[in-house]
Design a protein around this ligand. Sequence first.
Ligand SMILES: *Cc1c(COP(=O)(O)O)cnc(C)c1O
Length: 453
Amino acid sequence: MEKKIFLKESEIPRQWYNIQADLPTPLPPPLNPATGEPITPDMLAPIFPMNLIEQEVSGERFIDIPEEVLDRLLIWRPTPLCRAYSLERFLGTPARIYFKNEGVSPPGSHKPNTAIPQAYYNKVFGIKRLTTETGAGQWGSALAFACHQFGLELKIYMVRVSYNQKPYRRVMMEVWGGRCIPSPSMDTNAGRRFLDENPEHPGSLGIAISEAIEDAVTSKNTKYSLGSVLNHVMLHQTIIGLEAQKQLASIGEYPDVVIGCVGGGSNFAGIAFPFIRDKINGKDIKIIASEPTSCPTLTKGPYVYDFGDTAETTPLLPMHSIGHGFVPAPIHAGGLRYHGMAPLVSRLLLDGLIEARAYSQLETFAAGITFARTEGFIPAPETDHAIACVIDEAKKAKEEGREKVILMNWSGHGVIDLASYDAYMAGRLENFELPDEDIARLIKDLEKFPKPV
Ligand SMILES: *Cc1c(COP(=O)(O)O)cnc(C)c1O
């Protein structure tokens, strides 16, 4: 029995899958918050290059992956599909568990699957420099790696608390030639405003996004890049599920259940969207998005128009959201802190094509440690949410005595994020469920905007 299913380099998928072509209900457009009118593609041109904006709104089912992008993806792709025999034995389950190991990329997660094409499309559009924000640093390091591949400069605004707590991610960004500064910074109007209020400001993803966008729109030959949420990011990640389909087919398997963790939705979309296409075409398959109880966007957030950032600088996006004023509980250590969810993933939940579950952080870290002690690899704390859900489904298969096939996206490794495991093992973490009253308060502000339909 094979433990790892490989594809030859020549078998790498040469097209991405665009689920917009198959949606039962089309996506509502993003809105201009000032007028309530739909945003047209040209309005996004100060922020993104037109070739990526075209992908954002494309209705083509398959989009060719450029040769130069394939060349760079081949540095670590195709990624192995692994059978989790030891985990199965430990759980005593009749389920067959497969995980797609996205932790084998240079920065250690799925994020370069979109960082590479984004850097490429900016380069061919004549852009010389990108800006972005990063929280824990996974996105910043992936984009630093990708920008260097295509000779672009990169400036990363990193949330100040993480900048101070996680120096090794900053070192990775710098090794790949990126410039990383703590946010709020003195380099932008937005940053100076927050530092005026509080010179010790800890920063937030929302503020860092505002700084990166301001920098992009006020600098020459510069655009902004986002690592999740948007349609073109979901598109680039579908290479994960497309590879998994070929790998499973090569051993005569097909999943009954597909599972991914969700922050902004991109690694989940990557593994799930090609299988959702099968589901739309009649396959009986369960697809589950797993999130933290402390940031329960899909399980508790209503479907609304909300800003993508805290400082209210982005267009309004139609999504499940717990409100852009959301601040994660300080005790929360497992990532997946974004207040909203990719519009595509949000829409699929409403259409009943996917389901969502929330797990507490003690359950997720326990699941991560079980995985590390059976399969060996230490998962990223984010990935632990998918593993907790896999373990649930495998136990259910045992109760039902059913031989089901479970496929999981193993979104990344946790070797640069050991402080959270340390806190868990020292007993310093506790569970936190975001109270309904907090969500009601956070979304109250959004009542003034139209309802997405
Ligand atoms: C960023 C990240 C996530 C969450 O982001 P998505 O856009 O929801 O995929 C999950 N796992 C890892 C390892 C990450 O780095």
